[in-house]
Design a binder for this molecule. Structure first.
Ligand SMILES: C[S@@+](CC[C@H](N)C(=O)[O-])C[C@H]1O[C@@H](n2cnc3c(N)ncnc32)[C@H](O)[C@@H]1O
Length: 43
């Protein structure tokens, strides 16, 4: 999956649940960090 407007990374979390790879792009550094933390906590 590709989410070029990733926000807090929900697409990445769902991709992981579905066993899919995901590439996330996010402009806002604070949201990007939030996505990193959320994804790290589930893997
Ligand atoms: C509505 S949110 C995305 C929600 C996300 N898809 C989800 O499912 O949780 C839109 C995001 O796009 C980001 N954004 C806006 N313009 C952008 C750009 N040119 N490149 C990357 N990210 C961008 C904003 O910072 C914002 O976090």
């Amino acid at each position: 999956m590709l989410d070029p407007f990733a926000g807090a990374g929900t697409t990445g979390l769902i991709a992981e649940q579905m066993g899919r790879d995901a590439t996330l792009i996010e402009l806002n550094a604070d949201y990007a960090e939030m996505a990193r933390v959320r994804l790290a906590s589930t893997s």
